[in-house]
Design a protein around this ligand. Structure first.
Ligand code: 4F9
Length: 267
């Protein structure tokens, strides 16, 4: 996948030239192209901003440099142009997966107090990474590039190693442990040392449900439970204050009791 970023601060993108994304670029899995739209400014002073019509504080990004920069971007592939702004749709893991279908993501990074409204017509969509204001769209573009790139086949070592990530099933991740089994009296749960894979999977699912309930009630309320969750939730509710009030949401998963039908004996 190719990522193109239109920014007046290309040097800000050093963090995504390291580690896993560095390797992914060297192996050709991703390409990151940085376009400095100041290079496309028309005035002799290369200014990219101007005072707002109607007055007011701060400067506004001019349309010409960004329109000219966009015209220089090769958009022959299946591309999507994204404007980063606090007024966009809220970003999440589902959205990251949705963006993996494109060959080319193009990011428009605003700065200063705002941008000329006509710049919005260049974008297919507008995304916010959270309800706060940044000094510009660059950090938001990096967040999206990082979270999308790691979902692409081959970027993380093993294919689909993101499947157990927090949020990928709408759940938070279970706790992880490595050696030693007892560190200063803090013990690794016995089941993880048992080698009993089915029991380990059940424990992990139960702890994911517990964590999601305790830490992210909003996510818990939107969960679609699986049949195997019945047993885990029935174990969990006596251990989790407040969970009992959600019991109606898993009662339909109660396994049908397999009563043996009484049938006439055939001697
Ligand atoms: C962009 C904030 C995306 C949150 C862009 C100032 C921004 C932002 N998500 N803040 N410019």
């Amino acid at each position: 996948m190719k990522f193109t970023v239109l920014t007046i601060f290309p040097e800000m993108f050093a963090p995504i030239q390291e580690s896993i994304l560095k390797r992914a670029q060297h192996s050709g899995l991703i390409e990151i192209e940085l376009v400095n739209f100041r290079d496309f400014a028309e005035s002799k002073h290369k200014n990219v901003d101007d005072v707002p019509y109607g007055g007011g504080a701060g400067m506004v990004l001019k349309p010409e440099p960004i329109f000219n920069a966009m015209a220089s971007v090769d958009r022959t592939g299946n591309s999507r142009t994204i404007l980063l702004s606090p007024q966009g749709q809220l970003y999440n893991q589902k959205k990251a997966h949705e963006l993996t279908v494109y060959d080319h993501l193009i990011f428009l990074c605003g700065h200063y107090e705002g941008f000329d409204e006509r710049i919005r017509t260049l974008a297919d969509e507008e995304i916010s990474i959270g309800d706060y204001v940044l000094t510009g769209g660059e950090l938001a573009a990096m967040v999206i590039i990082d979270s999308v790139a790691r979902l692409l086949p081959g970027v993380l070592g093993k294919a689909n190693s993101w499947e157990h990530d927090s949020h990928s099933q709408g759940l938070l991740e279970y706790p992880h442990y490595t050696r030693p089994p007892d560190y200063m009296g803090m013990k690794v749960p016995e089941v993880l040392l048992s080698g009993h894979h089915a029991e380990i999977e059940k424990w992990r699912r139960k702890e994911s449900l517990r964590r999601t309930f305790m830490r992210r009630r909003d996510l818990f309320e939107r969960l679609e439970f699986q049949p195997g969750d019945y047993e885990l939730l029935e174990e969990l509710w006596p251990e989790c204050p407040g969970l009992i009030s959600y019991r109606h949401k898993w009662q339909h998963l109660e396994p049908k009791s397999k009563k043996k039908k009484s049938r006439p004996m055939s001697d």
